[in-house]
Write a protein of this length. Structure first.
Length: 188
């Protein structure tokens, strides 16, 4: 039989020098308080969003060089929607998703082209690379009415205080927009 000797360390030594440990050398045990591991705090993400809409039953005649006329403030947090100047102001810097959608109605004489272009505007500067366009030309002898839906979503890096609007950059023929919505959401 081999004789192996067990070696016990004093409890205080096993606890890594924790001052709260009590060592009982005659019993070769220790009593150490539970010390939870250090946990890094999780960053709190507060949702940031805002929206503006037009009433679904009421249409507005599209006029080139004007902003889409929003009349209803939707849910918002961390943004400032404004129906007076048809804008949403972001209150913190970050990456945002901006979505615009609208329904269109046009009627007119057959053979007459009808078109409209909407583009996003940041701080009053139109971004013509972020536009949505609609164009139709009613054939002679056809019914001269059409209803369509347009939408676009983009991501932007925005700064605190940036102001978002939707500009009607051009229009021809008789164009009416309704049920329009502008939604801004912070994603990072």
């Amino acid at each position: 039989m081999s004789s192996k000797k067990r070696v016990f360390k004093r409890g205080y030594e096993n606890c890594g020098g924790n001052e709260g440990c009590k060592s009982f050398p005659s019993f070769r045990i220790s009593s150490c308080p539970f010390v939870p591991p250090k946990v890094e705090p999780v960053p709190v993400f507060i949702p940031v969003y805002g929206s503006l809409t037009t009433p679904p039953s009421m249409g507005s005649i599209a006029v080139a060089g004007t902003n889409v006329d929003f009349e209803v403030v939707g849910p918002f947090s961390g943004t400032t929607p404004n129906i007076i100047d048809d804008s949403i102001t972001v209150n913190s810097s970050g990456v945002y998703t901006i979505s615009f959608s609208t329904e269109l109605f046009t009627n007119g004489s057959p053979g007459t082209p009808h078109s409209i272009i909407f583009c996003l505007s940041i701080n009053g500067t139109p971004d013509f690379s972020k536009e949505i366009a609609f164009q139709t030309n009613f054939p002679i002898g056809s019914t001269a009415t059409e209803t369509d839906t347009l939408s676009r979503t983009d991501q932007f890096t925005l700064n605190q205080g940036d102001v978002i609007r939707v500009l009607i950059s051009s229009t021809s023929g008789s164009m009416v927009y309704f049920n329009a919505a502008l939604v801004v959401t912070k994603v990072a």
